[in-house]
Design a protein around this ligand. Structure first.
Ligand code: AMP
Ligand code: MG
Length: 299
C-alpha cells in the first residue's frame, strides 16, 4: 500500500485491481502520469479515462452538477460496476475527459483500491491495463503479460470477480442513455429509476463503442447454440484449425468473469478459430454479447 501511494504521488503508473478488470492507474493531478497512460496503451488522446473515487463525498470535486437520478443510482449501486457520465468539475483536467465537458466516474468494489485512493488523497484515473483494442486483463498475470516494463507497479489482488467492464450511463442527457452495457444489468438500473434508459445516439463517445475492441489473435466466430457450433466446426478448413467452442451460457456470471481469460487462453493454446455461443440478450448477457461481437469484428 505504501509503495503504491508513493508511486502514484510521484507521477508513476500503478496497475490496480477492481471487480471489473485491472486498471492502469494514475493520480488525477499528475499530468505526466496521465500522458504516460496514453503512451503505454497506445490509446488515442480523445478516448477518456474513468475517474475512480473512494466515497460519494468525493463526487462533488469531480462533477459540477449531479442529477438526482444519478445520485440515486450511485447510492444504490456503489461500490460496484457502474460508471456515471456527469458534467465535468473544474478540478478534472480535460486530458482525462478526452477534451469533453463530461466526466465518467465510479467507486470500484475493491477494498485495496478504495483505500489507495483515500490514502493518496485524490481520485485515480484509469482505463483497462492492456494495449489499446486488445483483450482486457482480469488478473495480475494478464497485466504482466501485456505491460511488464511499462508500468511501475502491479498490485496483485487475485482474479476480478465481475470480469467485464462497468456499465456506463450518460446522465448528462435526459433521459439518460446507455453508453456501454457492463457488470450491472440495465434492467436493474431501470428498476431502481422506475423508467427506461435510452440507447446511445451512436456517436462514439465511449471507446467501448468502437466496432472492433477486446480482440484476441484468433478468429472469433459467433453462433446461437451448440448444434450450430458443431455444424460450423465440421466445415472448418485445415487453416482454421485447431478450433474450440466457448459456451458458458448456463452460468452468465461465470461466462462474464471467465470471458477475457478464455479469449487469452485460446491464443496461448494456439487456437485459430474460437466458436463462441451467444447467451440470450438479458441481464449480464447484454455485456457478454457486446464484448463477443467486438472480439469477432474485423479490425
Ligand atoms: P476502458 O475501461 O479502457 O474501456 O476505458 C474507460 C471507458 O469509459 C471508455 O470506454 C471511455 O471512453 C469511457 N469514458 C470515460 N469518460 C468518458 C466521457 N467523458 N464520455 C464518454 N465516455 C467516457
Ligand atoms: Mg479498455
Amino acid at each position: 500500500m505504501e509503495v503504491a501511494v508513493r508511486t502514484l504521488a510521484g507521477g508513476g503508473l500503478v496497475a490496480i485491481p477492481t471487480e471489473t478488470v485491472y486498471g492502469l492507474g494514475a493520480a488525477i493531478n499528475s499530468d505526466i502520469a496521465i500522458a504516460k497512460i496514453f503512451a503505454v496503451k497506445g490509446r488515442p488522446q480523445d478516448h477518456p479515462l474513468i475517474v475512480h473515487i473512494a466515497d460519494i463525498e468525493q463526487l462533488q470535486f469531480v462533477a459540477s452538477s449531479i442529477p438526482l437520478d444519478a445520485l440515486k443510482i450511485a447510492h444504490a449501486c456503489w461500490p460496484g460496476p457502474i460508471t456515471l457520465l456527469l458534467q465535468r468539475g473544474d478540478q478534472v483536467p480535460t486530458t482525462v475527459t478526452g477534451g469533453r465537458e463530461t466526466v465518467a466516474v465510479r467507486i470500484p468494489d475493491n477494498a485495496f483500491t478504495r483505500q489507495l485512493i483515500t490514502k493518496l488523497g485524490s481520485p485515480i484515473v484509469a482505463p483497462s491495463a492492456n494495449r489499446f483494442g486488445k483483450v482486457s486483463p482480469t488478473n495480475a498475470q494478464h497485466v504482466c503479460d501485456d505491460l511488464q516494463g511499462d508500468v511501475d507497479l502491479i498490485v496483485d489482488d487475485g482474479a476480478c470477480s465481475i470480469g467485464v467492464e462497468s456499465t456506463i450511463i450518460d446522465f448528462s442527457v435526459s433521459p439518460p442513455q446507455l453508453l456501454r452495457p457492463g457488470g450491472i444489468p440495465i434492467e436493474d438500473i431501470e428498476h431502481i429509476l422506475g423508467f427506461a434508459i435510452g440507447s446511445s445516439d451512436g456517436v462514439s463517445r465511449a471507446s467501448g463503442m468502437l466496432q472492433s475492441h477486446y480482440r484476441p489473435q484468433c478468429q472469433v466466430v459467433l453462433v446461437e447454440n451448440d448444434e450450430e457450433a458443431a455444424g460450423l466446426t465440421a466445415r472448418l478448413t485445415p487453416q482454421q484449425l485447431p478450433s474450440r467452442v466457448l459456451n458458458r451460457c448456463e452460468n452468465l456470471p461465470n461466462y462474464a468473469s471467465s470471458l477475457y481469460n478464455d479469449l487469452r487462453q485460446a491464443d496461448d493454446d494456439n487456437i485459430q478459430t474460437l466458436i463462441a455461443v451467444l447467451p440470450s440478450n438479458t441481464g449480464l448477457g447484454a455485456a457478454i454479447i457486446d464484448r463477443l461481437v467486438k472480439a469477432a469484428a474485423p479490425i
